[in-house]
Design a protein around this ligand. Structure first.
Ligand SMILES: [Zn+2]
Length: 303
């Protein structure tokens, strides 16, 4: 990321183990006056609300779940594309990017890969699933499922420093649309996540994502309200719900790829990292990137 021109890097917080969490930002050239004018316009409007809230803001987040490395691959490629072809988004669009939202988790995954031992790493250094630790819809879980590794929300909403850092940064901008990238299943989800009711928020998201998939479909990708994923499924304390509440913008959770189960050879069949990540990330980039750009664009022009 540091090699991409025009990006400003700032430390937006620290992980449990003290690793910096970096946020990158830039402003695409504006129709009048270029990035400097867009910056000034943004500064004027940063604390205003309503329709006249200044230039649009896009936020990209990946690796909230640290085993899902395809999320960062797609994220970095998308940044490269948007910065090298700025006309893909409206002039003056501000882009915020947090490629590694869970640096302790990422480090643990990397250490496990280097040691060659399979490891299940879904949370931060305390084992908390950061994508259950956000405040909207947060719910603690009963003790009897302590064995189950998929849902460890932490003792209280925002008990973990990583979601706090993300939310603080996102709320300091009038974010128009955010994408949180995950793996796997080829879904574009939107809030609400913790119940099945179809709210005005759900309707607003659905109309944008429907238009996006009608105009630029990605083979195999479907869309749904996350709380309606399945009759038995509810997701509590999810980042997209809190992003929407904080920013009043749109927020999508994208489950990228079909992972890599069975595609890395027998030796890696039961290794969770290889279950979540396809062997050829560039193929997934080619499949989904135009759709993600369309989703951003549709969100900015109609959201
Ligand atoms: Zn995930």
């Amino acid at each position: 990321m540091d090699a991409l021109p025009g990006l400003r890097r700032e430390e937006i917080g620290r992980s449990v183990q003290g690793r910096p969490i970096y946020g990158y930002s830039c402003v695409l050239p504006g129709s009048e006056g270029g990035p400097a004018a867009a910056d000034a316009a943004w500064a004027r409007s940063a604390h205003s609300t309503g329709a006249d809230a200044g230039p649009p803001v896009v936020a990209l987040v990946s690796l909230v779940h640290p085993m899902e490395w395809i999320s960062r691959e797609v994220h970095l490629h998308l940044m490269e594309t948007l910065l090298s072809r700025p006309s893909l988004l409206p002039p003056g669009t501000r882009i915020l990017s947090v490629p590694d939202a869970n640096p302790d988790g990422t480090q643990a995954v990397e250490a496990a890969l280097r040691s060659g031992k399979p490891a299940w790493v879904r949370g931060n250094a305390r084992g908390i699933d950061l994508n259950r630790n956000f405040p909207v819809g947060f719910r603690t879980r009963p003790r009897w499922i302590d064995f189950w590794p998929m849902w460890r929300p932490g003792p209280a909403p925002l008990s973990e420093p990583e979601p706090r850092a993300l939310l603080d940064w996102i709320r300091s901008f009038p974010v128009t649309v955010s994408l949180s990238l995950h793996s796997f299943g080829r879904w574009i989800f939107y809030p609400p996540s913790s119940h099945r009711r179809v709210t005005p928020t759900a309707v607003r998201h659905e109309s944008v994502v429907r238009r996006c998939l009608a105009r630029t479909p990605a083979r195999g990708y479907r869309q749904r309200q996350l709380g309606r994923y399945a009759f038995w499924f509810r997701a509590h304390g999810i980042e997209i719900d809190s992003f929407v509440e904080e920013t009043n913008g749109l927020s999508f959770l994208v489950e990228l790829s079909w992972g890599g189960f069975g595609r890395w050879g027998w030796g890696r069949l039961l290794h969770p990292f290889f279950t979540f990540n396809p062997p050829r990330p560039e193929q997934e980039v080619a499949r989904v990137e135009p759709t993600l750009i369309r989703l951003l664009h549709e969100s900015l022009v109609s959201g």
